[in-house]
Design a protein. Structure first.
Length: 278
């Protein structure tokens, strides 16, 4: 358990696995938050709940109720308001042991799995490790580094780093480089600090999304280099640590300009140290 599946062949391949009755009981879907990624996971949930042979049929009673948002065997777990708390997980564990009402399966969908408190995550472990029959846990998270390792090891991890339409059509993923990484490569600290000045004027929610996307990007870079002796592995690990601190500072209501300048300085110092050592 706890295998990483980078893309898993895309949503089309996932659809075949789920429709064929070969899905594992717990999945953690990783990548920057977006409506398309949530739609992908919801479609997989619909497949698990569909009662017809060709899944999802969209016409059986189970599919109709799911699409209406009133399926009795589909349970949505969202932060309330900022964390997934112990009381919510206790209710999940209590509900999971009951037989499905309508479908053959029961599905619990976590929209922001990384926001689960440590106490709640520990309470979830036993149910996650020994789930009742016909129970599936599907979860979205922007970064697996924010998930308790003992929980992470009990879930299949799938990175949804590309839009569902792109994967389904077989189009190659475009190579992307963060503008910040280009500035780091050029040793342009001045432009990085100017960027902090510009982003200071944004809403905190926008900065939160920006940091989450940066964390997902660096995590993908780290995965590409992990275990291959690539010197960039240490760099991206340190980048992720720096972004993690920035997100913690954002949650603590630290001044935007200060936390962004600290982030960029940390990234810059990491690259400078790497150059010195080489």
């Amino acid at each position: 358990m706890g295998e990483k599946t980078a893309g898993a062949g895309g949503p089309a391949a996932l659809t075949r696995v789920f429709a064929g009755g070969k899905a594992s009981h717990a999945y953690l879907f990783l990548g920057p938050a977006s409506e398309k990624k949530e739609e992908t996971v919801r479609r997989l949930a619909q497949i698990l709940l569909c009662t017809e042979k060709n899944k999802p049929c969209a016409t059986c009673r189970s599919c109709r109720l799911f699409l209406q948002g009133s399926h009795p065997d589909f349970h949505l777990i969202a932060p309330g308001p900022d964390k997934i708390k112990l009381e919510q997980i206790r209710e999940v564990c209590r509900t999971a042991v009951y037989h499905p009402y309508l479908a053959e399966n029961k599905v619990f969908f976590f929209t922001a799995f990384e926001r689960m408190t440590e106490v709640a995550a520990n309470a979830f472990l036993k149910t996650l490790e020994e789930p009742p029959p016909a129970v599936y846990f599907l979860a979205l998270a922007e970064n697996e580094e924010m998930v308790l390792p003992t929980v992470l090891s009990r879930m299949q991890r799938v990175y949804l780093g590309r839009d569902p339409e792109t994967v389904a059509t077989g189009e190659p993923a475009a190579e992307t480089v963060l503008p910040e990484e280009e500035l780091l490569a050029a040793g342009d600290l001045y432009s990085l600090l100017r960027l902090a000045e510009a982003k200071e004027k944004q809403e905190r929610a926008a900065v939160e999304e920006y940091l989450a996307a940066m964390a997902a990007y660096f995590h993908r870079r780290l995965r590409e280099r992990a275990g291959a002796g690539d010197p960039g592995e240490e760099r991206y690990f340190r980048f992720l640590q720096a972004v993690g601190r920035a997100r913690e500072n954002l949650a603590a209501n630290v001044n935007l300009r200060l936390l962004l300048e600290d982030l960029y300085l940390s990234l810059y110092e990491t690259v400078a140290m790497e150059r010195t050592n080489n």
